[in-house]
Ligand binder design. Structure first.
Ligand code: UT7
Length: 341
């Protein structure tokens, strides 16, 4: 009995002679569809303007998937890039956790489609938490790694929102884009302090009472009736500012860190005004906030790993630095992940 207790997971890691298991971000990758659609192009089709979209959202363009750029295809490209970045062989993948609100089929999961494409073993499943999906997936992966169940996990966000948008609704169709991002997590160790590298904490929340302010009105896996995204933008905006501020404070408090410890904010990319607001709250100068919403628009569960991938590969984010990720989306769902790279 004593032996079992000694091996029981402790908060923040698996206890074993003062050493804890940590999920390390070994590699990061992204994929964006080739086709870029500008605001001007949209303004030729719906009653909107480049000026309105830029002023209200910060968006200038978005990538839109071609027919072959499915959720699984983009996820596989991003996963391959993350594995290559980690120098990892596919045999290291014990699990694939994929966040999406736009799977190609109701089942099998997109994760197992990716597994087959990669020739990976282990197991895989999808997570549905809309724009918070990547943070949710990261949290699940971290939990699995810390229990010792797995050692290598691909965490992917992949979205084809272009297929669920009502292209006649100017209130939503200008806001979203397609793409995929992935990280490969590898089990490592630390001493359980904030000086460790890897995932330091995740915090997840949901409030289903807000389910009707952002939802899809049709069925998954029905190309003939795929459903369209419906959003009360102003309401979602209001909740986003409040909830994200709370979750950022929660992450700092849980890790006993001051705001000044944050090197980078990698937020969900829904609206530049929301991103700027959180950055200001954290006292971060704009150059410490990773912004892709201007070029990618809102790619939902893919937005954080895509932003992370960009800032990692262009050399802005470096090993040892502290990165705070946060997201809010349909559900409502929201949460954060604090990571030392
Ligand atoms: O990722 C999941 C989480 N999602 C979010 O966080 C999104 C949060 N919400 C937002 O980002 C913003 O609320 C929007 C960008 C969606 C909308 O911006 P807003 O400043 O809240 O605008 P609004 O919805 O209050 O609309 C203002 C006006 C309205 O016209 P009236 O009623 O004032 O005459 C809209 O009809 O802007 C109009 N409008 C547009 N005009 C030109 C709405 N969409 C457009 C458009 N082009 N595309």
């Amino acid at each position: 009995m004593d032996e079992l207790l000694a091996l029981a997971p402790a908060p923040g890691g698996t206890a074993s002679q003062g050493i804890v298991v940590r999920s390390k971000l070994a590699g990061i990758g992204g994929y964006l569809p080739e086709r870029v659609v500008t605001n001007a192009e949209l303004a030729a089709k719906v009653d909107t303007s480049d000026a309105w979209i830029r002023e209200r959202t910060g968006i200038q363009q978005r990538h839109i998937a071609a027919p072959h750029e499915t959720c699984a295809f983009m996820a596989t490209q991003a996963a391959r890039a993350a594995l290559a970045d980690a120098g990892a062989d596919v045999s290291e993948v014990d699990a694939i956790i994929l966040a999406t609100a736009t799977p190609d089929q109701a089942f099998p999961s997109t994760a197992v489609r990716v597994q087959a494409e990669l020739g990976a073993g282990g197991f895989g499943f999808d997570i549905s938490a809309a724009c918070s999906g990547f943070v949710y997936a990261l949290s699940m992966a971290d939990s699995l790694i810390r229990t010792g169940a797995v050692r290598g996990v691909l965490v992917i966000g992949s979205e084809v929102y272009s297929r669920i948008l009502d292209w006649t609704d100017r209130g939503t169709c200008v806001l979203f884009g397609d793409g995929a991002g992935a990280v490969f997590l590898r089990a490592g160790t630390g001493d359980g302090t904030g000086a460790d590298t890897g995932i330091l904490s995740t915090h997840l929340h949901a409030d289903g009472r807000m389910g009707d302010i952002l939802y899809v009105d049709g069925a998954v896996g029905r190309p003939d009736r795929p459903g369209h995204l419906v959003m009360q933008g102003r309401e979602v905006f209001r909740h986003a500012v409040t909830r994200l501020s709370e979750t950022v404070a929660e992450a700092l408090e849980a890790n006993n860190l001051p705001q000044s410890a944050i090197d980078w904010l990698v937020p969900h990319q829904a609206n530049l005004r929301i991103i700027d607001g959180i950055g200001r709250k954290l006292g971060l100068p704009p150059e410490r906030v990773v912004v892709t919403v201007d070029r990618h628009a809102n790619t939902s569960a893919a937005s954080i790993p895509l932003a992370l991938s960009e800032a990692w590969h262009d050399g802005r984010i470096r090993r040892g630095q502290i990165v705070l990720m946060e997201a809010l989306g349909g559900g409502l769902t929201w949460g954060s992940a604090l990571v030392r790279m």
